[in-house]
Structure formats: structure tokens, C-alpha cells
Ligand binder design. Structure first.
Ligand SMILES: [Zn+2]
Length: 280
């Protein structure tokens, strides 16, 4: 199998009107932000791997659980988004969840033949988080949370792991106890899918200083800083979990060589985050 992966960043809806302090530690600007939900689809040598599966598309579920504005356009339903890039869910044999917050694992059930890779520490925390984090894990009275709907297919990891040639798990605790990234060797460089260790590129390079900035949502802030510092030292190219410019660009890893058996990527778009004033 080739170890040169091609990465598609697929938008699965958008949350709007969120406080900037959720994404940028101690942000006091009173801005509100819109952020995309992102699913990453990795392909190499005939194999397809998915990293994170977004939030729910069901209007009733969204209304029941979320007070903020969260919209999924029909073309952003995961089935439609996958079809557009030529992927059949049944052909996906591996799903990685960077962590188990609702907006990263709500569509795991769409991949019936996939083993699901999660850190054991994340599974442990998800079933009994502190009260402030119940909603983040989709735990609501009377509903089965997303992460509990496919436990029979989970492979629990304890730290780093090699998933396939050119594909490795990198522990990134801090945002949540078992947050993990995925290092991906592609044709034009080495990428890391960061989950919410890096929400947006502003977290990677805060105000042009080159310094990283954690989000305002975490379980262990010192660990969060350590994960970011480690990542900054690798030289890998970050693919954040909630950055508009990533889903607007769409495809990564091909350089100038676009494979003929895959649909073309979209053109690069504006940088994220978008403030409430330039919502789309
Ligand atoms: Zn999260």
C-alpha cells in the first residue's frame, strides 16, 4: 500500500453566534463567531479512513439539544458530502474520533463496517464527565449520547499508535482528557489533524505572534499548552477542527498533482474564523 495520503476536509454544517471566549482563551472582545463542523476523509492505496464525523443533521435533535444557531444545509449532510467526493460509507474501514464531543462523533453510525479508534481516557471521561461537560458529550435526559451508539466497534488506545503506513495517532490531551490528533503523510508534506487542540488557525498563530493559544474549553490547561507546544515543534502542517479556510480549500496533500480518480477540490476561500458580521 502507498503511504501517500490525500485528505479531503468536508464541511458538515455550521454553528453561529458562539462567544469568542469559547475558542480563544480569555478573549474579552465580546465577538461572536461562526464555525464549521469538519469531517476529514483520507485516501491512499484504495483505502478510505475518516477522522471525525460531525454533529447531527436531524432538525429535531438539533432543536432539542442546542440553544445556539446550528445549521446543516442539505448538501452538508454527511451522505451527500461523501457522495460528492466519491466515497461510499460502507467502504470506510476505519473511523478515528479526535475526541467524543458531540460535534466530532455524531455520524459514526453511518460507517457500518468501520472500526472506531478512540483513546481509552476519552471513553472513560465521556461516560462520567463533570457536570459542566455533560452537554459537550451529548448527554441529555432521555437520549442515548452519540458516543454510546457504536461501542461494540471501538478500539481503545492508550497513547500513540500507528494505524497504517503514513498514518499515526498523536495524543493531544488538554481540550479533553483523551484528545488525539492524526499525523498524515501526504504527497506535499506531513499534516496533523488536530481536533479541538487547534480549533482555528488563529489558535495556531495567535495575533501573528507565532505563539499558540488554547481555546476557552478544556479539562487540563497545562496539558493543553504542552500539546500545542509539542505540535508547534514538529513542523507538521495543522488541519484545525473548526476553521472555515480549511473546509473552503477542501483538499490537501496533492500539491499540484491532482489524482484523476478523485473529484476536484474547491478553490481556497477566506480565512477563519468569521465574525457574526460576515456570516454566510
Ligand atoms: Zn471538542
Amino acid at each position: 500500500m502507498t503511504s501517500t495520503w490525500v485528505i479531503d476536509a468536508v464541511k458538515l454544517g455550521e454553528a453561529r453566534g458562539l462567544p469568542a471566549a469559547d475558542f480563544y482563551l480569555q478573549d474579552r472582545t465580546q465577538r461572536s463567531l461562526s464555525i464549521p463542523m469538519t469531517m476529514f476523509v483520507l485516501r491512499a492505496g484504495g483505502r478510505t479512513v475518516v477522522v471525525d464525523t460531525g454533529g447531527p443533521s436531524d432538525e429535531q435533535v438539533i432543536r432539542r439539544h442546542h440553544s445556539f444557531e446550528y445549521r446543516v444545509a442539505p448538501e452538508e449532510y454527511p451522505e451527500a458530502a461523501l457522495s460528492r467526493i466519491g466515497v461510499r460509507p460502507a467502504d470506510v474501514d476505519l473511523v478515528v474520533n479526535t475526541h467524543l464531543h458531540w460535534d466530532h462523533c455524531s455520524n459514526n453510525h453511518l460507517f457500518p463496517n468501520a472500526e472506531i479508534v478512540v483513546q481509552r481516557a476519552e471513553l472513560g471521561y465521556a461516560v462520567a464527565p463533570c457536570p459542566a461537560h455533560l452537554a459537550a458529550y451529548g448527554i441529555h435526559p432521555g437520549d442515548v449520547p452519540p458516543f454510546a451508539q457504536w461501542l461494540e466497534r471501538v478500539r481503545a488506545l492508550d497513547g500513540a499508535a500507528r494505524l497504517a503506513p503514513g498514518l499515526e495517532i498523536v495524543p493531544l490531551p488538554g481540550h479533553s482528557p483523551g484528545s488525539q490528533g492524526v499525523r498524515v503523510d501526504a504527497g506535499d508534506g506531513t499534516y496533523v489533524i488536530t481536533g479541538d487542540c487547534v480549533d482555528t488557525l488563529e489558535n495556531w498563530d495567535h495575533a501573528g505572534t507565532g505563539e499558540p493559544l488554547p481555546s476557552g474549553r478544556f479539562t487540563d490547561l497545562p496539558a493543553f499548552y504542552s500539546s500545542l507546544t509539542m505540535l508547534k515543534g514538529t513542523g507538521w502542517i495543522p488541519l484545525p477542527g473548526h476553521d472555515h479556510s480549511i473546509v473552503d480549500k477542501g483538499r490537501f496533500g496533492t500539491g499540484s498533482r491532482l489524482r484523476s480518480d478523485m473529484a476536484p477540490a474547491t478553490a481556497a476561500g477566506p480565512s477563519a474564523p468569521r465574525t457574526s458580521d460576515d456570516r454566510v
